[in-house]
Ligand binder design. Structure first.
Ligand code: DAH
Length: 346
């Protein structure tokens, strides 16, 4: 009985020094295991009277329960502490990715198209636009049909479009495909941009490449006007060039808009005198745009009686050339590091 009386206090005293799970398990084994004081007491009960067995046995059980309770409480405490330690050690440092990226950037630099694309995305995000992505490989529906481009339209000509052998799939010729996907995936009102590579089977020169970049934009809602379109386009160009650029708006035809416009800017390479980029005319076609054609809205499951909107397709490469004073689009895909490494992150 005497031994039993001191067991709990002995256990408590040792418990205080314990901070780790394995030590705690060892301590429990030491007190409750086969070699422990309680087992010893029970072993010696052989020669005791029935009454003594009853009293001591009951007390031994109480002591056991008390130790188990103390053990569980301590176990919880340690587990909690271990979780907290782990949390503070494994903390996700969300600033890390950027700093690692920065190191890479200092060495390599971003491609100028990427830099301009990111800058434009940020401008649109700040105006409440989403940024969408779309596949390079498309079908006729998304590249043509849904955009009100009938089968007889010259844009479907085999010369312009890279078709796959199945004659059903193609490399998208414009990012307007993203309009279709964007409309089908959401309900008005919405506004989004969709940047990406586009592909045309064309002869290359200083201002034409077979692979180039566009940034599509679309805003759909109730009572959207040409005024809204002009406002967004002007804000965009002022932000990009950090100065007022000279622009002109001409009527332009695109099957997916009505009315359609061509927004030109005064050539920033030659200041309007004429060069290879502006094909000697002093103006660069930069931003075809217009009010979304009702047929296009219908193809996107949107009721043209209730909603309307504007769309635009920005030629990213030309914008990059204007911004950095690059006189030949072919530099962009040259893969020449002496070219690429001239551009730093914003
Ligand atoms: N998809 C046209 C092209 O590649 C560009 C374009 C024109 C896009 C007018 C538009 C638009 O969204 O409204 O030539």
């Amino acid at each position: 009985m005497q031994i039993l009386e001191s067991v709990v206090s002995d256990f408590k005293a040792e418990l205080q020094t314990i901070t780790k799970t394995p030590d705690l398990l060892n301590l429990k084994a030491k007190f409750l295991g086969k070699q422990g004081p309680i087992s010893e007491v029970m072993k010696n009960l052989k020669d005791a009277t029935v009454e003594e067995k009853r009293l001591i046995g009951a007390r031994a059980n109480e002591v056991k329960t008390a130790i188990e309770e103390l053990f569980s409480a301590k176990m919880q405490e340690i587990e909690l502490q271990e979780i907290n330690e782990k949390l503070s050690k494994d903390k996700v440092d969300i600033s890390l990715t950027d700093s690692v990226l920065d190191l890479g950037l200092q060495a390599a630099g971003f491609h100028p198209v990427t830099l301009v694309q990111q800058e434009i995305e940020d401008i649109f995000i700040s105006m409440g636009f989403e940024v969408l992505d779309g596949p390079h490989i498309e079908d006729e529906f998304h590249n043509f049909e849904a955009l009100n481009i009938p089968a007889t339209h010259p844009a479907r000509d085999m010369q312009d479009t890279f078709w796959f052998a199945d004659k059903k799939h193609l490399l998208r010729t414009h990012t307007s495909t993203i309009q279709v996907r964007g409309m089908l995936e959401r309900k008005p009102p919405f506004r989004f941009v969709g940047p990406g590579k586009v592909f045309r089977c064309e002869r290359t020169d200083a201002s034409h490449e077979m692979v180039f970049h566009q940034l599509e934009g679309m805003m759909v809602g109730e009572n959207i006007s040409v005024g809204n379109l002009i406002y967004f386009m002007k804000t965009l160009l002022t932000e990009i060039f950090k100065k007022e650029v000279e622009v002109r708006l001409r009527p332009g035809f695109f099957p997916f808009v009505e009315p359609g416009f061509e927004l030109d800017i005064r050539c920033l390479i030659c200041g309007g005198k004429g060069c290879s980029v502006c094909k000697q005319v002093g103006w660069v076609e930069l931003l075809p745009c217009g009010m979304v054609h009702p047929n296009v809205l219908r193809a996107g499951n949107i009721d043209p009686e209730k909603y309307n909107g504007f769309a635009f397709g920005l030629g990213l490469d030309r914008l990059v050339m204007m911004k950095y004073g690059i006189d030949d689009i072919r530099h962009l895909h040259s893969g020449d590091l002496r070219f690429n490494s001239q551009f730093k992150s914003f």
